[in-house]
Design a protein. Structure first.
Length: 256
């Protein structure tokens, strides 16, 4: 019997509704491996938690080169109540979620906490934008650390309230972390067809994400895939989109 897992590559998971539960776009419950590469999770809604993605007691998970945007969770107020974009409940020994070179923005939760990300367990986040999310309760607009440990490097976190992240521009981890009084605007443009198989949120030329990220997995492309270099100007941008990357002039691009 095979090991239960989810592997999703270069896919768009959009505009789904979970009427009586959690995980409007993805629900991964009691699975051993959960891997998402080059995906867009957008416009999903649920009556519970994790409007975009809901992980519950899974052993391991990884999100790479993904955009999680404009998802909505209704939620309720209890131990698991959070995550307009991502609810990450990894409570088992040795379990945890890694997020690399991704963008989590414009998500919301109308009850509960953590408009962008809700953490219960172990998270490791690098070169990722988490900003512009909303928790109607006012608790953890972008990130709510309910319990567990986290490590973070080379990120943008718009508002650090209830996250446990240290504010700074940059902080000691080379991350740009704002506060409730002085949130950081990552300079994201709306979700659009910027090339590649999935839609992305581009960054503007004045974005603090430009040339301030990292590439811990040695990725050759950003979320858009072939022709779109992960590192354009000597250093990766923070988030799923690399500014200025694209095919050379005159190149005929086809996607299958």
């Amino acid at each position: 019997m095979g090991v239960p897992c989810i592997w999703v590559y270069e896919s768009s998971i959009a505009d789904n509704v979970a009427l009586n539960g959690s995980g409007g776009g993805i629900q991964a419950t009691s699975l051993n491996t959960n891997s998402f590469y080059g995906c867009t999770i957008s416009g999903n809604t649920c009556s519970g938690w994790g409007g975009g993605m809901y992980f519950y007691t899974a052993v391991t998970g990884i999100i790479v080169n993904c955009t999680v945007v404009s998802n909505v969770a209704r939620g309720a107020v209890d131990l698991y109540s959070g995550g307009g974009g991502v609810n990450a409940y990894f409570a088992g020994t040795g379990s945890g979620l890694a997020i690399r070179n991704s963008t989590i923005a414009g998500n919301s939760i109308s009850n509960g906490v953590g408009g962008g990300v809700y953490q219960y367990g172990t998270l490791d986040i690098e070169s990722t934008i988490i900003a512009g999310n909303v928790a109607a309760s006012g608790n953890g607009q972008d990130y709510r650390n309910r319990a567990g440990s986290f490590t973070e490097r080379y990120n943008i976190l718009g508002n650090n309230a209830e996250s446990g992240w240290t504010a700074g521009q940059p902080n000691a981890n080379n991350s740009y972390v704002g506060t409730s009084a002085l949130p950081i605007n990552p300079g994201l443009l709306p979700l659009a067809n910027n090339g590649g198989r999935t839609w992305t949120c581009a960054i503007g030329f004045d974005s603090p994400a430009m040339d301030r990220g990292s590439n811990p997995l040695g990725l050759t492309t950003d979320q858009r895939g072939v022709y779109y270099s992960r590192t354009k100007h000597g250093r990766a941008d923070i988030g799923a989109f690399e500014l200025g990357a694209g095919p050379a002039k005159g190149t005929v691009v086809t996607f299958r």
